[in-house]
Design a protein around this ligand. Structure first.
Ligand code: SF4
Ligand code: SF4
Length: 347
């Protein structure tokens, strides 16, 4: 017979809601704290979504729908979702797809597109993100990223794959950007999904006052959070914020008992050392609710996205996917006794 803790972890790893976190009003957390949402549903609550990906297998257990909310308070220099960083809708221009037909020059009411000195130009500061040009571009060189949706509309997309969630122990994951950048909207989506019997997860950077994190916990079955590095000064240098709230929130999540996955994107020349990854492993050793610690190989495929948004990107050269180095770092973190995975492997 597995112990209660093993049973609880197996349920969470399969994307099932542990019996101690059963749905419904009046759910009680540790210490008798009520974890149910303290408000009625507001299906018409709206927010900005950058993308919805169905059949995702990288954002939590099973087959999932991942909802990417727009906006993030951090600026990690290796971010591979730059289109989700800024809060509002914005236009992407993929120059390699532009065939120079000139349609967008004519339809833009702001004169943002054109040719100058024989060169294709886009005056981003004139753009109001109305989307007219994107709808007219048959070459699909223009993409408007960021759409206003209600929580009910997000749910309507998510429930389409309910059978796949059931078959695979999957569910819905709110990602970003940063989900807690739009906390009320994120909470509403999660609450509606839970009400519909769908397992819920968030992927968060945790760089928020605890009250903000706690505001979504009651409707979240699984928290996936990043610890990018341990040194506060280096953290600020590479991400724009210090890590004090993140590290504090990890401990608080440990006390809250919510199933937790901690991840570290391993960035060459930034945090890819045994000492750095080993320190994270040691920090996690005391967390009873940690399902596993996951190392994410750097994804260098975002260059075209940065260019399409008129943003600068830092270069980090890395072998793609799992390497001997990633396995060695995982072994280092594992010395503290925590279960460690490298993304892209079965673990
Ligand atoms: S409509 Fe599209 S393909 Fe035509 S010029 Fe504009 S961006 Fe290029
Ligand atoms: S989104 Fe609207 S304002 Fe912006 S470039 Fe296109 S047509 Fe012009």
């Amino acid at each position: 017979m597995p112990s209660t803790k093993e049973h609880y972890h197996r349920q969470a790893l399969r994307g099932q809601r542990p019996s101690t976190l059963a749905t419904g009003a009046g759910r009680m957390g540790r210490g008798g704290k009520n974890l149910a949402p303290a408000h009625g549903f507001n299906r018409h609550m709206s927010g900005i979504v950058s993308d919805i990906q169905r059949f995702s297998v990288h954002d939590g257990p099973g087959i999932r729908t991942t909802v990417f909310l727009k906006g993030c308070q951090m600026r990690c220099r290796w971010c591979h979702n730059p289109e989700a960083l800024r809060p509002g809708p914005e236009l992407q221009l993929f120059l390699d797809k532009c065939i120079g037909c000139g349609t967008c020059f004519k339809v833009c009411p702001r004169g943002a597109h054109g040719m100058e000195s024989g060169r294709r130009v886009f005056h981003r500061q004139r753009c109001t993100a109305c989307g007219t040009c994107a709808r007219s571009c048959y070459a699909e060189a223009l993409v408007l990223v960021g759409r206003q949706m209600t929580a009910a509309e997000v749910l309507a997309e998510a429930v389409q794959d309910r059978e796949f969630y059931a078959d695979s122990d999957g569910g819905v994951t709110i990602s970003g950007g940063e989900p807690i950048f739009q906390p009320a909207f994120a909470r509403e989506i999660l609450a509606l999904c839970r009400e519909a019997g769908i397992h819920t997860a968030i992927e968060t950077n945790l760089a928020w006052p605890w009250e903000q994190v706690e505001s979504v916990l009651g409707v979240t079955d699984l928290v996936m959070a990043d610890i990018k590095m341990m040194d506060p000064a280096a953290h600020r240098q590479w991400t724009g914020v210090t890590n004090d709230m993140i590290l504090d929130n990890v401990q608080r999540l440990g006390r809250a008992g919510r199933p937790l996955v901690i991840r570290t994107p391993v960035i060459p020349g930034v945090n890819d050392t045994a000492s750095e990854i080993g320190r994270v492993g040691s920090l996690l050793a005391g967390l009873a609710n940690l399902l596993y610690y996951e190392l994410l190989p750097h994804n260098p495929l975002a260059a075209g996205k940065y260019e399409s948004l008129g943003m600068e990107q830092d270069e980090f050269s890395a072998p793609r996917g799992v390497s001997d180095k990633m396995n060695a770092l995982a072994a280092e973190a594992g010395k503290s006794g925590v279960p460690v995975r490298v993304a892209g492997t079965k673990g």
